[in-house]
Design a protein around this ligand. Structure first.
Ligand code: ASP
Length: 453
């Protein structure tokens, strides 16, 4: 029997959860032979041997997929924008995309606020009670928070975020490609794509070069997809073996609030948008986009997931190249429904722990700053933690409480990144559908075209 890619990914995730939790359960604390006087976690032999192997699989997968991000965005956007049919126009596409991003992010934040007001995860608890329950994990988290603060990357307010965004957009394109700085690559690629058709016949071979380059990138993604089951296993196993579920006990209600909010957004709001605005079957969407969701869940990076999201949107769902290559790269760094929802829930949770009652006006302020903070967050792991400082500052909540949620941040990042990526994919489908695209016909055309064989 031949194992399909989807089943292989599911198998990788299931094995990682089972073995990772078992390893964590079987681990004990013992003296560290390399550092006398210090303690370390000791694993049974099988679990200890699996850790370096899993780390290697995770690293190969992550680095491999990151390798594709810059060339894929460059070729996709230039080829997509240069060949955009005039009746659609870039301005129309841009306006539709921004409206979609803003509406869905606002809906997500409101949903988060409703959940946190109903569940009230901070009620009956204090910062000190959680700190005690977390034990050593809190000290490690505090050290990480201090490191974040001293790195000097924390935005001081919305103005700072906007300045950062402008600096990222308008930068040396070679530097942007090398970093990679997704917004910098997007800006330069859009300019090239817009102006290439206007330099006469000499521009045509260049457009064809970018189109061929993009087809090649998608081909490479196809090959890399077979790394996903191993990468997913590696990343999840190490995380669960080291962290386990122990830390979820003191923060259970908070984690549950974030996951319920994200779940409702991903399983109700987004599918409703697909049905009502896009007239598109949500089941069909999740089926076509499942590889991207699995990669987002395991890498916790929207930007690293981009090669797979582009492949899924175009090849599996039939979104035309000019739509996918604009909506998805921009969305991977700007449109973050899960991050916005999580930032709003976290700051309300801190306020509840501090015993501060947030008025309606303050909650509106949280909604606005959480939306701006999510726009300013990069599509990389834990970026939302850094921009959360501005949401705290907006309503006078002490950001020291951020240290409390750092121990569970990675796990929650898996859920919010998957939601962020789903939001981008739904956007690409809905925008294509409102342009009158017949996505099923596009999928059939793709399958028949020689480049897809
Ligand atoms: N990891 C998230 C992403 O890449 C951003 C965040 O919320 O930290 O979409």
């Amino acid at each position: 029997m031949r194992l399909s890619l989807t089943n292989a990914i599911l198998l990788g995730i299931a094995l990682a959860i089972a073995l990772g939790l078992l390893a964590n359960f079987a681990s004990t604390e013992g003296p560290d032979p390399d550092h006398p006087g210090q303690m370390k976690t000791l694993y049974p032999l099988w679990a200890a041997l699996l850790i370096p192997l899993s780390e290697l699989m995770g690293q190969v997968f992550l680095q491999g997929i990151k390798m594709l991000v810059a060339p894929l965005i460059l070729t996709a956007i230039v080829a997509g924008i240069a060949t955009i049919p005039t009746r659609f126009g870039i301005a129309r596409l841009g306006i539709k995309t921004l409206i979609y991003y803003l509406v869905t992010t606002t809906l997500a934040v409101i949903l988060g606020l409703v959940c946190v007001n109903m569940i009230r995860p901070g009620e009956g608890k204090t910062v000190d009670s959680i700190r005690e329950e977390l034990g050593a994990a809190f000290d490690i988290a505090s050290a990480r928070l201090v490191a974040i603060e001293t790195e000097g990357k924390i935005p001081e307010g919305a103005g700072d975020l906007i300045r950062n965004l402008i600096n990222q957009c308008l930068t040396n394109p070679f530097e942007a490609l090398a970093e990679p700085n997704v917004l910098g690559i997007i800006t330069f690629s859009i300019l090239m794509g817009l102006l290439l058709p206007h330099i006469g016949p000499r521009g045509k071979p260049l457009i064809e070069l970018f189109q061929a380059g993009f087809d090649l990138m998608i081909r490479i993604v196809h090959v890399f997809l077979w790394l996903v089951p191993f990468g997913a296993f590696g990343l999840l196993y190490v995380l669960l073996a080291e962290v386990g579920l122990r830390l979820f006990v003191p923060l259970g209600a908070y984690c549950a609030t974030v996951i319920v909010g994200i779940g409702l957004h991903g399983l109700i709001t987004l599918p409703l948008i697909l049905i009502l605005v896009g007239r598109f079957n949500p089941w069909r969407f999740f089926k076509g986009y499942r590889e991207a969701l699995a990669v987002a869940f395991t890498t916790t990076s929207s930007s690293a997931t981009l090669p797979v999201s582009m492949k899924c949107a175009e090849k599996n769902l039939g979104v035309p190249n000019h739509t996918a290559s604009f909506v998805l790269p921009l969305g991977s760094t700007v449109n973050m429904d899960g991050t916005a929802l999580y930032e709003a829930v976290a700051v309300m949770f801190f306020a509840q722990l501090y015993g501060m009652e947030m008025t309606l006006y303050q909650q509106v302020l949280i909604a606005i700053t959480a939306t701006v903070a999510a726009i300013g967050a990069a599509g990389i792991p834990s970026a939302g933690l850094v921009t959360m400082f501005i949401v705290c500052a907006a309503v006078g909540v002490d950001p020291a409480a951020i240290a409390l949620i750092i121990p569970v941040d990675h796990m929650l990042d898996m859920f919010r990144t998957a939601t962020n990526v789903a939001g981008d994919g739904v956007g690409a489908v809905v925008i294509a559908r409102t342009d009158g695209e017949d996505l099923e016909a596009n999928v059939r055309k793709q399958a028949e075209s020689p480049s897809s064989s």
